[in-house]
Write a protein that binds this ligand. Structure first.
Ligand code: ADP
Ligand code: MG
Length: 685
C-alpha cells in the first residue's frame, strides 16, 4: 500500500497488520458522534458529546503543575469548563475570550459544574464549519502511528475492498436465512456506520454486522481444528490391542479400585488405542478425580505392545511428581522409566537421550524438554499431555512429530483439570474426543472454605497448630500476581521467604519448609519430598504448587491475597487439600476492602467445590480468553468474536462446519486461510 514506509510497516506488523485484509478487520473500538451538536445545558456526565459555544474566560496556572482552564457557554445558557494539563503557550493564546469554539469530549462533574479534560477542539472563525456526515471511528491505538494516520490507512484499505462476488465465502442462502449481511456490508458498516445505526447494539457487540463477522471467525477457528483432526487421522497409528499383562498387574497392585468413572474413561481410551488411527482424546476430570492412574494404564497398553509412551507435564514440579508416582507403580512391574527436563544436561542428558532412542526407556516423563530437537524416540506409540490448558495446539503437534516408526503418528491422550463449560469445550476441543471423569474417589469429604480478612491472620496460628496436632499437614501459599513473569516470580519468592521466617519465629516447635520458583531444583525437590514423607508439618510455597501436587495427608490450605487470583487458579490450589479422607479446610486470606467481583469469586468458592460450577461462574466473570489461558488453542486470539457473548452462535458454527467439510472443503480452506492463516500448518499435519 502506498504511504506505508518500512518503519510503519513494522509497527503495523507488530500488531498483526500485514495485509490489506488485516486492516479491513481492524475494527473501531468506539465511535465519536460529531454529526451533531449537543446544547451545553443538555450534557450528561459520562456521555461523550460535541458542543459549540463562545469562550467566556481562560485561566492558566502553574502552581502544582501546569493547567489551562477554558470556560465556555452556548445559547442554552449552560457553561462548561475545558481543562488541559499538557499544552503549549501558543495553544493557550488561541483561546481568546469571545472566540467560537467547538469541542468533543466526555463531560465529568468538576468543581464548577461539568468539565471536559483534554477534549479535542477547534477554535472556529466566523464562517460556519460543517458537521461530520458519518460517525467517526476510533481505532485501537497502534504505537508509533497517530490516530489520524491510522484512520486514513484503514480508509484507503477499505477503498480496495472487493465486491461481494470476490469476497464472500459463505453461501448467500445461509446469510439470508439468518438475516445477516454479507462480509463486505458488515465490514463497511462497522468502519463507517450510518448515522441512524443502533448504537446500543453496536456497543454491546450484538449488531448483525458484528455477529456476522464473529460467526465467520468462530467458524474459521472451528474448521481449522477439525481440519487438523482430519489430516492427523489420515495418518496411521500403531494399534495397541489389549494383550500384555502389565495392565492387569497394575490394577491388581493398586491399593484402591478404580471408580466407575475411571473405568469407563479407561475403556473409552482402550477402544481408541485398539484402532489403527491416532487417538485424539481429552480426559477432563476435576482436581483429585484420579486422572494419573488412567494415564498410567494407557501407557501400559503401549508398553505391553513393546512400544514407548511419553508423559509431558507443564512444570518441572508436576513432571517430577508424576515420575515419582509412576516409578512407584511401574518399576515393580519391571518397567524402565526415563526422566527428562530442561535441567537435565550434559552427560546425564546424553544418557537419557540414548535410552529414549534405543527403546531401553519404555516410559519417558518430563517437561517441554520432551519436545525439543534431538529427542528421538525409538517407537513412541502414545503421547500423554497433562494439564493441557498450559500447552497450546502447537506443542501438541510437536509431540506428535516425535512419531513412531513407518511414519505412524502416536496416539494422544490429553488431560486437564480445568473444567470447561460444554459450549466452550465444543469450540476449544473441536479436534479432540472428550471423556469426563465425573466422580471423585470414595471417602473424600468436601473442603470447607472460609474467607477472612488478612488482619485476622494471627488467628491462623491456632488453626495450623490444631491441624498439626491431629497429625495433619498444612500449606501456606503466598501469591502476588497472576502472570508468572520473571519479576513476579521474584517478588513472590521474597514474600514466601518473609512469611516462612515469620511463621518459623511464631511456631519454633513446628517443622516448616519452603518452596518457591527461585530455588534450585534440588532444594525444591528435597522440600517437596520431605513434605510428602511427613517430615515437614507446614509448607510455605508460592503458586508453583498450583498444579497436581499430591499429598493426601495435607488437610489445611491457606491462600494469601486470594482476592487477586482467578477462580480457576483458586480452585486448583484448593484442590491440593481434601485428597485424603480427612476433613479439610481452605482459608482464603484477602486484603479488605473487597471489590464486587473479588467478593463474588470468594463467595463462589465458599459455596461450591464443583469444578464445573466454578468454571461456569468464571466464564461469566472473566470471559473465555482468561478462562482458557492465552496459550489456549486459537481461542484467545479471536479478533472479533467473544465466546461469552457469542456462545449462542456455536451450535450454528458446528452445523455450518459439518456442511462445509462435507460439501465444499475448498471453501472451508479459504475461510480458515482468511481468519487463521497459515493453512500450511495443518496441511502438513
Ligand atoms: P488428578 O485427577 O487431580 O490428577 P490424581 O491422579 O493426582 O488426581 O489422584 C488424586 C489422588 O487420588 C491420588 O493420591 C491417587 O492415588 C488417588 N486415587 C486415584 N484414583 C483413586 C481411586 N479410585 N480410589 C482411591 N484413590 C484414588
Ligand atoms: Mg493431575
Amino acid at each position: 500500500m502506498r504511504g506505508i514506509g518500512p518503519q510503519s510497516a513494522e509497527k503495523l506488523a507488530a500488531r498483526g497488520l500485514a495485509r490489506l485484509r488485516d486492516l479491513w478487520l481492524w475494527l473501531p473500538r468506539e465511535y465519536e458522534d460529531r454529526t451533531r451538536l449537543t446544547p451545553v445545558a443538555a450534557l450528561q456526565p459520562g456521555v461523550a458529546a460535541q458542543v459549540e459555544g463562545r469562550i467566556l474566560a481562560t485561566e492558566t496556572a502553574f502552581r502544582f503543575r501546569p493547567m489551562l482552564k477554558v470556560a465556555m457557554a452556548d445559547e442554552s445558557r449552560g457553561t462548561l469548563t475545558l481543562r488541559f494539563f499538557h499544552f503549549r503557550g501558543q495553544q493557550a493564546n488561541a483561546f481568546r475570550a469571545g472566540a467560537r469554539l467547538r469541542a468533543y469530549g466526555t463531560p465529568r462533574p468538576g468543581q464548577l459544574g461539568l468539565e471536559m479534560v483534554h477534549p479535542s477542539y477547534r477554535v472556529l472563525g466566523d464562517e460556519d464549519a460543517a458537521l461530520d456526515e458519518a460517525l467517526a471511528p476510533v481505532y485501537p491505538a497502534i504505537e508509533g502511528i497517530g490516530p489520524q494516520t491510522l484512520r486514513k490507512l484503514v480508509e484507503r484499505a477499505l477503498g480496495a475492498l472487493p465486491g461481494d462476488d470476490a469476497l464472500e465465502l459463505l453461501p448467500c442462502e445461509w446469510l439470508a436465512e439468518q438475516g445477516l449481511p454479507t462480509l463486505r456490508d458488515a465490514v463497511l458498516t462497522l468502519h463507517q456506520p450510518p448515522t441512524d445505526v443502533d448504537m446500543g447494539l453496536l456497543q454491546a457487540g450484538r449488531h448483525p454486522a458484528q455477529r456476522r463477522l464473529a460467526l465467520e471467525e468462530m467458524l474459521a477457528h472451528h474448521l481449522s481444528l477439525r481440519r487438523q483432526r482430519i489430516s492427523l487421522q489420515a495418518h496411521a497409528a500403531t494399534p495397541l490391542p489389549a494383550k500384555g499383562k502389565a495392565v492387569a498387574q497394575l490394577l491388581a497392585a493398586l491399593p484402591f479400585q478404580l471408580t466407575e468413572a475411571q473405568s469407563r474413561v479407561f475403556d473409552e481410551v482402550q477402544r481408541d488405542l485398539a484402532r489403527p488411527m491416532p487417538m485424539l482424546r481429552l480426559v477432563q476430570g476435576d482436581v483429585g478425580a484420579g486422572k494419573t492412574v488412567v494415564a498410567a494404564l494407557a501407557a501400559l497398553r503401549a508398553i505391553d505392545a513393546g512400544r514407548q509412551a511419553a508423559l509431558m507435564a507443564p512444570t518441572e514440579l508436576l513432571a517430577e511428581q508424576h515420575a515419582n508416582t509412576l516409578r512407584g507403580w511401574l518399576e515393580p512391574l519391571g518397567i524402565r522409566i526415563a526422566w527428562l527436563a530442561g535441567r537435565v544436561t550434559g552427560k546425564a542428558r546424553e544418557a537419557v537421550l540414548g535410552e529414549v532412542a534405543s527403546g531401553a526407556a519404555q516410559m519417558v516423563i518430563g517437561t517441554h524438554a520432551l519436545m525439543q530437537q534431538g529427542v528421538d524416540f525409538k517407537d513412541l506409540a502414545l503421547a500423554i499431555i497433562d494439564e493441557q490448558h498450559r500447552f497450546g495446539v502447537q506443542q501438541r503437534l510437536a509431540l506428535r512429530d516425535k512419531g513412531g516408526v513407518d511414519g505412524n503418528v502416536p496416539h494422544q491422550l490429553v488431560m486437564t483439570a480445568t473444567p470447561i463449560p460444554r459450549t466452550l469445550a465444543m469450540a476449544a476441543y473441536a479436534d479432540l474426543d472428550v471423556s469426563v471423569i465425573d466422580q471423585l474417589p470414595p471417602g473424600r469429604t468436601p473442603v470447607q472454605t472460609v474467607a477472612i480478612s488478612a488482619e485476622r491472620r494471627p488467628q491462623l496460628i491456632d488453626r495450623i497448630r490444631a491441624a498439626i496436632a491431629e497429625g495433619r499437614q498444612a500449606y501456606w501459599v503466598c501469591t502476588l500476581i497472576e502472570e508468572q513473569e520473571d519479576g513476579a516470580t521474584r517478588i513472590e519468592a521474597q514474600a514466601a521467604q518473609t512469611t516462612f521466617e515469620t511463621l518459623r519465629d511464631a511456631m519454633p516447635d513446628i517443622r516448616i519448609g519452603l518452596v518457591h520458583g527461585r530455588m534450585k531444583p534440588k532444594e525444591k525437590q528435597a522440600a517437596m519430598a520431605a513434605f510428602k514423607a511427613g517430615e515437614l508439618d507446614l509448607l510455605v510455597a508460592t503458586t508453583v504448587i498450583e498444579v497436581g501436587v499430591d499429598v493426601p495427608n495435607a488437610s489445611l490450605m491457606i491462600i494469601e491475597n486470594a482476592e487477586r487470583l482467578g477462580l480457576a487458579q483458586l480452585h486448583q490450589l484448593r484442590g491440593r487439600v481434601g485428597r485424603g479422607s480427612a476433613e479439610s479446610s481452605c482459608v482464603l486470606l484477602y486484603q479488605a476492602p473487597l471489590g464486587a467481583i473479588a467478593r463474588e469469586r470468594l463467595d463462589t468458592l465458599r459455596q461450591t467445590n464443583d469444578g464445573f460450577v466454578i468454571a461456569e461462574k468464571d466464564l461469566q466473570l472473566r470471559g473465555p480468553g482468561e478462562l482458557l489461558g492465552t496459550r489456549q488453542t486459537g481461542l484467545a486470539e479471536f479478533r472479533i468474536a467473544d465466546l461469552s457473548r457469542d456462545a449462542d452462535l456455536l451450535p450454528r458454527v458446528q452445523s455450518m462446519a459439518d456442511a462445509l467439510l462435507a460439501d465444499s472443503p475448498e471453501l472451508a480452506d479459504r475461510i480458515i486461510e482468511r481468519w487463521v492463516g497459515g493453512a500450511a500448518r495443518y496441511a502438513s499435519a
